[in-house]
Ligand binder design. Structure first.
Ligand SMILES: [Zn+2]
Length: 291
């Protein structure tokens, strides 16, 4: 389970927090996640968010600034380049590019400078509001008695990029926690969606409460039920071919099938084979990603 976004202990550990971190290491990923959170996923200086963000020493290394996370901020490329080794106050007072970007983002230089200074003084722990929901979920999982291992979001990203795995929801989940290699991830993902079991109300009403069309009372037609997953092989006509998907039944025996390519209407029940009974969920496979 991804319990925390970044590992505070790893950064607080005096043995490593003073050490130069490297991009691409686990600590590097933890630091980056932490900084993104601390600075609200936007440039600490000009407030631009929709741009690649770089890690920046607030007090420059050439001025004896440390590489502890307390001296690091996240900045856009332009600010990072422009600030260079200037003192924070000088950069805010004189840089024309920064002023332009602040103005474009509707920010005041004075207010923004104060915010940066205030954020810099925040203790490590205060940056992260503890996510109560995640801890409750963790407690619930622990209570099952099954083994539960936790990891940080920094580690998930580290694993994913270390192993060259593309970013999808399913593969991100597979990259949570501590492990060396991941095998067999080039498989399709089955997406499951709650569909409900149809309306209880058998009659549609118009806005005045008069009946307007009726739904079938009959739940099954020729052994099929709305929501079943079927494959229809149509031998001839306009709908020739194979159609696989969720079926909607009609009393006439002429069905509609919701396939991945779209709805196919008017398919006779005679061409249909039941693949799976409807259970209130819709299933559709996403193709695997090949690299
Ligand atoms: Zn910036």
């Amino acid at each position: 389970m991804e319990l925390v976004r970044f590992d505070l202990q790893k950064m607080e550990n005096p043995e490593i927090s003073g050490v130069e971190y490297q991009q691409g290491t686990l600590l590097g990923y933890e630091v980056r996640e932490y900084l993104l959170e601390k600075w609200g996923r936007e440039c600490a200086y000009c407030g631009t968010g929709d741009t690649p963000l770089e890690i920046e020493h607030v007090v420059a290394k050439s001025r004896d600034g440390s590489s502890r996370v307390s001296n690091l901020a996240i900045a856009c490329h332009d600010c990072n380049q422009a600030k260079d080794s200037q003192w924070l106050v000088d950069f805010f007072a004189a840089d024309k590019g920064l002023k332009k970007r602040l103005k474009a983002n509707g920010l005041s230089a004075t207010v923004r400078l104060e915010r940066v200074q205030r954020q810099l003084k925040l203790p490590l722990r205060d940056v992260t509001a503890v996510n109560a929901t995640r801890w409750t979920l963790f407690g619930t999982m622990k209570a099952t008695g099954l083994p539960v291992a936790v990891g940080s979001g920094g580690r998930t990203k580290y694993n994913r990029q270390r192993l060259g795995i593309p970013k999808t929801h399913a593969l991100d989940a597979a990259c949570v926690g501590k492990f060396d290699t991941l095998k067999g991830w080039r498989v399709p993902t089955l997406v499951i969606k709650a569909m409900g079991r149809g309306s209880y109300q058998r009659t549609h009403l118009d806005k005045y409460g008069f009946p307007r069309g009726y739904l079938m009372r009959q739940k099954q037609v020729q052994g099929f039920q709305t929501g079943d997953r079927v494959r229809a092989i149509v031998p001839a006509g306009k709908k020739t071919g194979s159609h696989t998907g969720r079926v909607a039944i009609r009393k006439t025996g002429s069905f509609n099938i919701q396939t991945e390519q779209g709805a196919v209407q008017g398919i006779s029940w005679r061409h249909c084979t039941l693949l799976q009974r409807g259970d209130g969920y819709g299933y559709h496979p996403l193709p695997s990603i090949q690299h």
